[in-house]
Design a protein around this ligand. Structure first.
Ligand code: SF4
Length: 322
């Protein structure tokens, strides 16, 4: 297993012997404010006493999103067993705690945002793996409690038991661990992030799925309704130059989300161009953020931690090796 660390020491990436990656971030959470001097919506860091573990569900990824560095680099794909996925996270955390013993006093978030799409696994398996990792980390004093569990997905499948398994998982976290007191009281412990990026052109960015975005959004609505109580649904979005950054398309995304899922949050990601990628971030980024923020109730954009981070989907290429 190799260990890479960003210059600011806030992100560590472990490359396992099987080729998959686990990243651990101690960066603060991000909030936004309107800066009247720059006339821009800007991010500000908020320390919530937590760290995040980015778990890989496979080596490489068969979804082949065209903007993802795994696709650009033609990274080979193969499946991992549940045991391998769990072992990789345990190995990474066991090593990381030696370098950063202060993690023991922090709350842990598990983010299914590494290599692969979590929903290529069965929801039952996502639940089992997540439970085992939290239980092991808590018993072994890796963490003081739970900050939550985030699942990012392009929605390659729409499993009928997704809501049920996520509800079990949410309750398991809620009733069995100390919870980070900084989590807003009405936020679900399990959150689902749908990789939106476009409504009219999403099939061009993720051609392997060729999905119907409106039917995906309907599924997310149903998922929330079947969860029994509040399930946070968030949409990941990036602005790519000349691809999805027209005012017309932005207007249409705002209208559709406001109409169908007005309670949801739009999470805008910065696009970190990697070598040979045909894409770059939109030059209209600030204007588009302002458009979203003025028309939607819940919008946030994130800071990428460390200039070495060069990838989408929670994966990081590092320059510094320690
Ligand atoms: S962005 Fe995520 S789902 Fe898409 S190819 Fe990369 S790892 Fe897979």
């Amino acid at each position: 297993m190799e260990r890479y660390v960003t210059a600011d020491n806030q992100v560590t990436k472990y490359v396992h012997d099987d080729g998959s990656e686990t990243a651990i971030k101690t960066t603060s959470s991000c909030a936004n404010f309107y800066n009247t001097i720059t006339d821009k919506i800007e991010p500000v860091m908020v320390d919530r006493n937590k760290f995040s573990v980015f778990i890989s569900s496979s080596v490489g990824c068969p979804i082949n999103c065209k903007f993802c560095y795994l696709t650009v680099k033609k990274f080979p794909y193969h499946k991992l067993t549940q045991e391998q996925i769990i072992k990789n996270v345990k190995d990474a955390l066991t090593e990381e705690i030696k370098h950063k013993p202060e993690l023991k006093e922090k709350f842990m978030k598990l983010s299914w945002m590494g290599m692969g799409d979590a929903l290529l696994l069965e929801p039952l398996d996502i639940k089992r793996i997540s439970k085992k990792i939290f239980s092991w980390a808590f018993k072994n004093n890796i963490t003081t409690g739970v900050d939550g569990l985030d699942i990012s997905t392009t929605l390659p499948k729409k499993p009928s038991d997704f809501a049920k398994q996520m509800k079990y998982l949410n309750d398991n976290l809620l009733y069995n661990y100390p919870l980070n007191p900084t989590i807003p009281y009405n936020r679900s412990k399990v959150r689902i992030f749908y990789s939106l990026h476009s409504i009219s052109n999403r099939y061009k960015l993720i051609p392997t799925l060729n999905s119907n975005v409106l039917s995906d959004i309907e599924f997310m609505k149903l998922l929330k309704e079947n969860f029994s109580y509040n399930l946070d649904i968030l949409f990941h979005h990036m602005f790519l130059d000349g691809v999805n950054d027209t005012y017309e398309e932005t207007e249409s995304v705002i209208n559709i989300l406001n109409e169908l899922v007005p309670y949801s949050e739009l999470r805008i990601l910065r696009y970190n161009k990697c070598e040979n990628s045909p894409y770059k971030e939109s030059t209209k980024f600030d204007e588009l953020v302002k458009m979203f923020a003025s028309r939607m109730n819940h919008v946030k954009y994130q800071i990428s931690s460390g200039s070495e981070i060069k990838a989408a989907c929670g994966m990081f290429l590092m320059k510094t090796i320690k």
